[in-house]
Design a protein around this ligand. Structure first.
Ligand code: PGA
Length: 252
């Protein structure tokens, strides 16, 4: 059975002490009320090592929000997959729409990042999703299919076991507009079909596909009840421990 996951994506929020406090707050709640899913905190690079040390690794896994597309060397300001791994983080979020839109990350760049992450034994939370114009033109399926094919379909089935997909319609990120549970289910099922056609039914059935985009405690239960929605990637609502727990609790 595929994993159910609730993953936070703090984005560019929290100073070091604020981030460590938030991680401790989430850890405290989960110590008292054990989660029914894998919980991941996606944090800026500067928090990773301290957050790893501040939480119970059995309750909370830690993820970077990005890594470099180069292995090592003269790339001032970049952070490699090996460096991320050395903090104790186990995951890296790649292909977030903000990285694609604001930092020019193309499918070709993301392919390099995915390969380096996997080579360094990180699991990848790979984000895909269409912008509003594409949804309005009915092109969402072809957009997400191309994103998956271009950055991931060179992987072997064995490697693909380390990939979690996150479908995040760009028009729903940080906007308060959530995809309906029916819209989410429809495209998640489509994505699983794309995986089945390439890797077979078993791999497709074993792949966790998260929904992201204005997911919060009030809509998580309905979204996660859809057969092909295996949890969420949470931005805004991951910045306060009780809000984040409200989403984790959707699996109880
Ligand atoms: P949001 O962000 O929950 O604030 O909409 C989700 C994401 O970008 O991962």
């Amino acid at each position: 059975m595929r994993k159910k996951i609730v993953a936070g994506n703090w984005k560019m929020n929290n100073t070091l002490s604020e981030g460590v406090q938030l991680a401790k707050d989430v850890n405290k709640i989960l110590t008292e009320k054990a989660p029914n899913c894998t919980v991941i905190l996606g944090t800026p690079f500067i928090h990773l090592a301290d957050v790893v040390r501040s939480v119970d690794n059995k309750l909370i896994k830690v993820s970077a929000e990005n890594c470099a597309d180069k292995e090592k060397g003269a790339y001032t300001g970049e952070v490699s997959a090996a460096m991320v791994k050395s903090t104790g983080a186990e995951y890296v979020i790649l292909g977030h729409s903000e990285r694609r839109a604001y930092y020019g990350e193309t499918d070709a760049i993301l392919k390099e990042k995915v390969d380096l992450a996997l080579a360094n034994n990180l699991k990848v939370i790979f984000c895909i999703g269409e912008v509003l114009e594409q949804r309005e033109a009915g092109k969402q399926n072809e957009v997400v299919k191309a994103q998956v094919e271009n950055a991931l379909f060179h992987l072997s089935a064995e490697q693909f076991a380390n990939i979690v997909l996150a479908y995040e319609p760009v028009w729903a990120i940080g906007t308060g507009k959530t995809a309906t549970s029916a819209q989410a289910q429809e495209i998640h099922a489509f994505i699983r079909g794309v995986l089945a056609a390439k890797y077979g039914k078993q791999v497709a059935d074993d792949t966790t596909i998260l929904y992201g985009g204005s997911c919060k405690a009030s809509n998580a239960k309905e979204l996660f009840a859809q057969p092909d929605v295996d949890g969420g990637l949470i931005g805004g609502a991951s910045l306060k421990a009780p809000d984040f727990y409200g989403i984790i609790e959707a699996f109880n």
